[in-house]
Design a protein around this ligand. Structure first.
Ligand code: DX5
Ligand code: ZN
Length: 235
């Protein structure tokens, strides 16, 4: 049977080899991975700091893939112009990080990017219900944000299913669900079956120890490309 309901892969750049970034970007491009996930952390919203605009600008010069900015920063509304946001990029902000979520999402839309709202594992899904008109995607965190290499929080799988069901019932079937955190081959199948469409691939998905990036990306792609009907039987 041919591929149906194929998911998209967003390569988590914080997990890449920064010394060999050019080679890494070329490999990512060659695998057909759809976008580059940029984890921006400020040490306040999450207990870690990653990279900022000067690193991102250099990466931008070496790739034509769209960027998937995941802003794990306090008050993202004041920081959107730190980054070069292009038409067609994806930009998510956490509902826990701003008092002005709707306004921030509107600004992202005005910049020509796809606005997304991110939710931490402990945040109830209802926190995004009032901004569905303003987003193209919901980012469901399947680990607590801040670090690579964590284990999936099992309850988040039900959250993906609940989100997909709610979106469809409310007439928002076009809104995509992105999943971030421990997107391993096995977990990706479950996430796909629950209704996820964009898969953030970090140390569990494509930057897997002892595995070539091409091989890992191919395997991950298979896990998220099973026909929906078949994958429902698997779980
Ligand atoms: C968490 C990050 C990670 C990251 C790493 O804040 O956003 O989820 O991409 O992926 P894994 O969990 O596979 O190391
Ligand atoms: Zn992320």
């Amino acid at each position: 049977m041919g591929r149906q309901n194929t998911g998209e892969i967003s390569a988590s750049i914080m997990c890449a080899d920064f010394i060999r970034m050019e080679e890494c970007l070329n490999k990512i491009k060659a695998t057909g991975i759809e976008m580059l996930h940029m984890d921006i952390m400020d040490g306040i919203f999450v207990p870690n700091i990653t990279f900022g605009a000067c690193v991102i600008d250099q990466i931008r010069k070496n790739t034509s893939l769209p960027f998937d900015y995941h802003l794990m920063v306090d008050q993202p509304e004041n920081k959107l112009d730190y980054f070069e946001i292009k038409k067609g990029d994806y930009v998510s902000v956490h509902c826990e990080s701003t008092r002005h979520l709707q306004r921030t999402l509107t600004c992202i839309r005005e910049m020509g990017a796809h606005p997304g709202v991110a939710v931490n594992p402990a945040t109830p899904l209802c926190c995004v219900y009032d901004v569905l008109e303003d987003v193209d995607f919901i980012l469901i965190m399947t680990v607590n944000p801040g670090f690579a290499g964590q284990r999936l929080i099992p309850h988040t799988l039900e959250k993906i299913s609940a989100a997909r069901r709610y979106l469809n019932e409310q007439g928002y079937s076009d809104i995509k669900i992105e999943v971030d955190g421990n997107v391993s081959f096995e977990n990706a199948k479950k996430m796909k079956s629950a209704g996820a469409q964009i898969f953030v691939a970090g140390t569990s998905g494509i930057f897997v120890q002892g595995m070539d990036l091409y091989e890992a990306a191919k395997k991950l792609r298979q896990c998220i490309s099973e026909p929906e009907v078949e994958s429902r039987h698997v779980v």
